[in-house]
Design a protein around this ligand. Structure first.
Ligand SMILES: Nc1ncnc2c1ncn2[C@@H]1O[C@H](COP(=O)(O)OP(=O)(O)O)[C@@H](O)[C@H]1O
Ligand SMILES: [Mg+2]
Length: 553
C-alpha cells in the first residue's frame, strides 16, 4: 500500500501511530530525528514521510525543505501539537494534522481520498442531519468556517431534524436506563439466590452424619464439618490449614498417600482406614474420598467423607468370636498334624529301642532322637499357648535401642545372622517406651529370623534395622528391612494368619507373625508390612511412647 517513514522524537507517539498505520496495511519505518530521516531517504525508497514539526535539532519545517532539495516529489505530511497552520502555509506538503491525530483523516490523505474538513462525528448523526455537511467550530483554519446553508429552508429543515434527533436520543437514554435497572435487579436476585443456595449447601454438609472434610491438593484442610469436630475432637479453627495427617495414626501414613494417589488417578477411593482423635485415641473408620474438579476437569480439592465404625467393629468382633470357634475346627487338624509328625518319629525310635535294648549305644541314639522331637512338640505347644492365651506383659520403661541391640547380640551368638551384613540406622535421642523387654525382643527376633530366611537365596544380604520418631505423632517406629525374596501381593493378607507358611517342614510353622502381631497389639502398637517381591521387605513396628503405652492387655 505504501512505504512510510515516520519521524518523531516522542517514542510513545511514534509507536502508537506506527501500530495504527501497520494495521491498515502500510509498511512503516520509524526514526527519531531529522538527520536520521535524511540518511534513510538517501538510501531507501519511501512513498511518504510523516514527520512531527517540533523536534530537537532539525525541526519538521527544516526537514521538509531538506527532503525536497533532494527528493522534490516526496509526499510529506506534518503533524504538530500546537503549530498554527500559518507558519506552514509556504511549504508544499500533502497535509497537516493536529495532535491528537484524526487517524481517519490521515488514512484518507494517504489513500489520496478527498479529505472533508470535518468528519461527521458519528455515522448516525448523518441520518438526522440529512447528510448536510457541517463545518466545525475549532481553531483549525480548515475547520473555522461558519456553518453555511444555501437558504433558510435548508436551515429550518436542519433544525427540525436536529430537534427530532435529540428527542430520540432522550428516549433512547431512558430506555437504556430502564434496561440497566432491570438487569441490576436481576443480578441482585441471582446473588441472593446464590447466597441462599450456598448457605443451604453449607447447612446440608454440616448436618451430615458423616465427617465431611475437604483438603487442597497438598492435603491441607480447607473445611471441617460439625460431625468431624465431634469425632476428631478438634475445632475447625484448630485444623484449618493443617495437613490431614494430623487426623491419622502414624502407621496409615503410607496408606493415606496411596489413597490420595488413587483419588487423583481414578477420582475416588472407598474403603476402611483408621483415624486419630485429638487425644491420641485411634479408631477404625470407613472412608470415601472424591476429587473436586475445576471446569477443565483438573482436581483442585479432595472431599474426604469418613465415619467412626468402632461400634460396627465391636459387633464384628463378636461375630468373629463365633467364627473363631469354627476356625478352631479348621485349626485342630493342622495342630494335630504338627504334633503327629514328631510323634511318629518318637514312636518309631521307641519301638526301635525296644528291639535293640541290649545295644546300649543304639538305644542311646534312639532316645536322643526321641527327645529332640519331644523338644519340637514342646516348642510348638508353647507357641500355640502364646497365640491362644498370651502371657501377661511385664511393663517397664525401656530404651528401644537396648531391646534391638540385645536381640542382635543374641542372634549373633546363636549364629542366625552371621552371613548377613547388618546395618543400624538408629535415630539418636528417642524417647523411652513402656513395654515388656523379653516379649519385644521376641518380636524383633522373629522378624530378623524371617528376614534372614528370606535372604537365603539372595546375592546381597543386607539387614537394616532403623528407628525413627516424630515428636507430634507419639510413636517410636522400628523398621526391619531385608533384601530377600519379598512377599507376593496375594500373600500379604495371609502372613499374619496362624499356620500360614511358605517354608519347608522344620523351618517354619507359620506362628511367628501371629505371635508378633499379638504382642505388638497388646503394647497398643501396630505392625505394618510393605514388600517388593524379588527385592525385599520392610516390617515396621509402631510402639507408643511413654504414658500412652499399654499396661497389661
Ligand atoms: N522378611 C520376609 N520376607 C519374605 N517373606 C516373609 C518375611 N517374613 C515373613 N514372610 C512370609 O510370611 C510367612 C509367615 O511367617 P511366620 O509367621 O514368621 O511363619 P514362618 O516363618 O514359620 O513361616 C513366611 O512363611 C513367609 O512366607
Ligand atoms: Mg517365622
Amino acid at each position: 500500500m505504501g512505504k512510510i517513514l515516520l519521524v518523531d522524537d516522542d517514542q510513545s507517539a511514534r509507536v502508537t501511530l506506527s501500530i495504527a498505520l501497520k494495521s491498515e496495511g502500510f509498511s512503516v519505518e520509524i526514526v527519531d530525528g531529522g538527520e536520521e530521516a535524511l540518511q534513510r531517504i538517501d538510501q531507501g525508497a519511501y512513498d511518504w514521510v510523516i514527520s512531527d514539526v517540533n523536534m530537537p535539532g532539525m525541526n519538521g519545517m527544516e526537514l521538509v525543505q531538506r527532503i525536497q532539495a533532494v527528493r522534490p516529489d516526496m509526499q510529506i505530511i506534518l503533524i504538530s501539537a500546537y503549530r498554527s497552520r500559518d507558519e506552514l502555509k509556504d511549504l508544499k506538503i500533502c497535509g497537516f494534522l493536529e495532535k491528537p491525530i484524526d487517524i481517519q483523516k490521515l488514512y484518507r490523505i494517504l489513500r489520496h481520498e478527498p479529505v472533508p474538513s470535518v468528519e461527521p462525528f458519528a455515522p448516525w448523526i448523518n441520518r438526522f442531519t440529512g447528510g448536510l455537511t457541517t463545518k466545525s467550530r475549532t481553531r483549525d483554519p480548515d475547520r473555522s468556517e461558519v456553518i453555511q446553508f444555501k437558504d433558510a429552508l435548508a436551515r429550518q429543515e436542519f433544525e427540525k431534524r436536529t430537534f427530532n434527533f435529540y428527542e430520540l436520543l432522550e428516549k433512547k437514554v431512558e430506555e437504556r436506563t430502564r434496561e440497566l435497572l432491570e438487569k441490576q435487579r436481576n443480578l441482585e436476585d441471582a446473588y441472593f439466590e446464590l447466597r441462599k443456595t450456598k448457605r443451604y449447601l453449607e447447612n446440608l454438609i454440616d448436618a451430615s452424619p458423616e465427617c465431611v472434610i475437604s483438603t487442597d491438593v497438598e492435603k491441607g484442610i480447607l473445611s471441617f464439618n460439625t460431625m468431624a469436630e465431634k469425632t476428631f475432637g478438634y475445632t475447625r479453627d484448630e485444623v484449618f490449614g493443617n495437613p490431614i495427617s494430623i487426623l491419622r495414626p502414624r502407621w496409615v501414613e503410607k496408606k493415606n498417600e496411596e489413597i490420595y494417589e488413587m483419588t487423583f488417578r481414578e477420582g475416588r477411593w472407598n474403603g476402611e482406614s483408621e483415624g486419630m482423635r485429638k487425644n491420641g485415641e485411634v479408631f477404625p473408620m470407613s472412608l470415601f474420598t472424591s476429587g473436586v474438579l475445576d471446569e477443565e476437569g483438573k482436581i483442585i480439592a479432595v472431599l474426604d467423607m469418613s465415619r467412626d465404625i468402632t461400634e460396627e467393629k465391636k459387633m464384628e468382633q463378636q461375630l468373629l468370636y463365633a467364627e473363631k470357634l469354627s476356625v478352631l475346627g479348621q485349626l485342630a487338624p493342622k495342630i494335630a498334624h504338627e504334633i503327629n509328625n514328631p510323634l511318629h518319629v518318637i514312636s518309631a525310635n521307641l519301638q526301635f529301642a525296644q528291639m535293640v535294648q541290649d545295644d546300649r549305644e543304639k538305644v542311646k541314639t534312639c532316645l536322643e532322637k526321641g527327645l529332640q522331637e519331644v523338644g519340637r512338640i514342646e516348642h510348638l505347644t508353647r507357641q500355640l499357648m502364646d497365640v491362644a492365651r498370651p502371657t501377661e506383659l511385664n511393663i517397664c520403661e525401656l530404651s528401644i535401642e537396648d531391646v534391638l541391640e540385645n536381640t542382635l547380640l543374641f542372634l549373633k551368638d546363636v549364629g542366625e545372622i552371621k552371613r548377613l551384613e547388618v546395618r543400624r540406622n538408629f535415630t539418636r535421642g528417642l524417647p523411652r517406651i513402656s513395654g515388656d523387654q523379653s516379649q519385644l525382643e521376641q518380636v524383633f527376633r522373629n522378624l530378623i529370623i524371617n528376614a534372614s530366611q528370606a535372604m537365603e537365596g539372595s546375592s546381597s544380604r543386607i539387614l537394616t534395622v532403623s528407628t525413627r520418631f516424630l515428636p507430634d505423632l507419639r510413636y517410636v517406629e522400628v523398621t526391619v528391612s531385608d533384601t530377600g525374596c519379598g512377599i507376593p501381593k496375594e500373600n500379604l493378607e495371609k502372613i499374619f494368619e496362624p499356620f500360614f507358611t511358605t517354608k519347608e517342614k522344620g523351618k517354619g510353622n507359620g506362628l511367628g507373625l501371629p505371635i508378633i502381631k499379638g504382642i505388638v497389639e497388646r503394647h497398643k502398637g501396630r505392625i505394618e508390612v510393605t514388600s517388593r517381591p524379588g527385592e525385599g521387605t520392610d516390617f515396621t513396628v509402631f510402639l507408643p511412647t511413654g504414658a500412652q503405652a499399654a499396661g497389661g492387655h
